[in-house]
Design a protein around this ligand. Structure first.
Ligand code: NOJ
Length: 541
């Protein structure tokens, strides 16, 4: 029997603290709010909590502009509140993962205030300064260089101008950031989500980036070959890993926008434990939400991630439209959201569940004047930013969805009166119980946790695959259609995904397979040919 590994076999739940639960009425979620809901999270069955940044921040990028890496923003609480949270989480078997935003700081960070103060300040070289900008562009639009009148030079910022990039070619910067990790490891933190880790280093000569094809047509796009994935990165990741490995059971998961190839490159025994590859998140609208899309993406990822490189499953987070909003055809229809949740929890890889995903929360629609997110303000109406998925958690039908007794920092979704956790907990047929049951199924079936992925079929309507571990094989059938579909479980091969070994050796479920979980039928034996209900999620074992 393989040993249980929390970050591989368990579900990691992302908390966006400012929108989780406000206990002091200031309109911001806080750490005591998280602590007060640990019983709920333990009962949901997740293994770990990843907290988006909780450090002091002027909020130019909602916490991702850090003004002090080793303190707690007073709006969230105190270091003592954090220590209580860690202790209480651990008491319930929940791990805590912090968001380590190391690539850049706030322009109010003491390091940057020193760096900008004069050209001969000892911290001048902690950031990238030059007399004239190169052609690099910011991920949030426009030029990546900001003129600073104090010393009449420009500094580099990959994100907003209030987020100057640190210069990782400087060894003092690398040491300072390792010290940040050590500070939190000493306080019992179980791991880190590394914000945009593949852009830590820039080419020190700061040469121009070549423009991309679309860039030549005038769009603000270029090939990021000088400002990302530089040679210094791998040795530094090894140093980070060596540090983290001094503390047993700790974890590093990195964020890169580079796709599965880039992600796989940085995952390994002496590198990161995992890296987001965002394989399934570019299906923004319902049209790519079909069996072939998921099968092709799943297979592609399998070929890039070897057995030793554990992938992650992400369908929603604080930067993306929620999967339920991307795929559901109308507000009432949770069928597609159930399929998305089933994919998240049954594909090979660690599921990263975003707060509210367990009740299929939707993105809140905002008017132009309500948009807070910098890229949304810049590009509205072509891109409306990331506020929609950041709306407060819908706890109950009480005012402000039970999130806050004050004025929430961001509008609550008006559907909270009908879609909220308390209401769903009172209804055994709710989305919440669907999520809860599926997580429970994962806990008792090693095949769903760390079993290999075996593609079976992707027809127009049905996606079928297996997860296979030592002594068990689970078959997952997902009907993407809004109508019933006949599907023969014993002849699932023949749709282009059969491998050389043929079906019999794979132990395809035939007549006699048992339904372990289904939204369309009772548990028990199924015949070889079954009629899948609209949007049915069916797990056979
Ligand atoms: C990625 C984070 O997920 C996003 O929210 C943030 O804006 C950028 N990194 C910059 O830190």
């Amino acid at each position: 029997m393989e040993e249980y590994v929390w970050w591989r076999d368990g579900v990691i739940y992302q908390i966006y603290p400012r929108s989780f639960l406000d206990t002091n009425g200031d309109g911001f979620g806080d750490l005591p709010g998280i602590t007060s809901r640990l019983d709920y999270l333990a009962d949901l069955g997740v293994a770990a909590l990843w907290l988006s940044p909780i450090y002091p921040s002027p909020d130019a990028d909602f916490g991702y502009d850090v003004a002090d890496h080793t303190a707690i923003d007073p709006r969230y609480g105190t270091l003592a509140d954090f220590e209580i949270l860690v202790e209480e989480a651990h008491r319930r078997g929940l791990r805590i993962i912090l968001d380590a935003v190391l690539n850049h700081t706030s322009d109010q960070h003491p390091w940057f205030l020193e760096s900008r103060s004069s050209k001969d300040n000892p911290k001048r070289d902690w950031y990238s300064w030059r007399a004239a900008p190169n052609n690099w562009i910011s991920a949030f639009g426009g030029r990546a260089w900001e003129y600073d009148p104090v010393t009449s030079e420009y500094y580099y910022h990959l994100f907003t101008r209030e987020q100057p990039d640190l210069n990782f070619n400087n060894p003092e910067v690398r040491q300072a950031q390792l010290d940040v990790l050590r500070f939190w490891l000493e306080r019992g933190v179980d791991g880190f989500r590394l914000d945009v880790f593949n852009t830590y280093f820039e080419n020190p000569d700061l040469p121009d980036n070549p423009s991309s094809l679309l860039g030549r047509l005038g769009l603000p796009l270029q090939q990021h070959i000088q400002d990302a994935d530089q040679p210094g990165l791998l040795p530094f990741l090894r140093e980070m890993r060596a540090l983290v490995d001094r503390y047993p059971g700790r974890y590093l998961v990195g964020e890169t926008f580079g796709g599965p190839e880039a992600a796989a490159r940085y995952v390994g025994d002496d590198l990161l434990h995992a890296a987001f590859s965002f394989d399934f998140t570019d299906s923004r609208w319902s049209w790519p939400f079909n069996p072939r899309y998921f099968m092709e993406r799943g297979i592609r990822r399998e070929t890039l991630f070897g057995a030793a490189q554990w992938p992650t499953n992400v369908l929603s987070n604080h930067d993306l439209p929620r999967a339920a909003s991307r795929y559901a055809r109308d507000d009432e229809d949770d069928g597609p959201a159930r399929l998305a949740m089933a994919l998240l929890l049954t594909l090979r890889g660690t599921p990263f569940m975003y707060q509210g995903e367990e009740i299929a929360m939707r993105d809140v629609a905002l008017r132009r004047g309500e948009i807070l997110d910098p890229p949304g303000r810049r590009y509205w109406p072509f891109y409306k930013g990331r506020d929609g998925c950041r709306a407060p958690f819908q706890w109950s039908a009480a005012p402000n969805a039970g999130f806050s007794a004050g004025m929430p920092w961001l509008k609550v979704h008006p559907d909270y009166r009908s879609r909220n956790l308390a209401g769903q907990k009172a209804n055994p047929a709710s989305f919440f119980y669907f999520t809860h049951r599926l997580i429970a199924l994962r806990w008792i079936h090693p095949a769903l946790q760390h079993g290999e992925f075996v593609p079976l079929a992707a027809t127009r309507e049905v996606l079928a695959y297996q997860r296979k571990a030592e002594n068990e094989t689970m078959t997952i059938l997902l009907n993407f259609a809004k109508k019933p579909v006949d599907f023969d479980t014993s002849t699932a091969l023949g749709h282009g995904f059969a491998s050389q070994d043929g079906g019999s050796e794979r132990g395809l479920p035939g007549a006699g397979a048992r339904v372990l979980f289904s939204t369309g039928r009772p548990e028990g034996v199924v015949p070889g040919r079954i009629r899948l209900e609209p949007y049915e999620v069916c797990v056979l074992g």
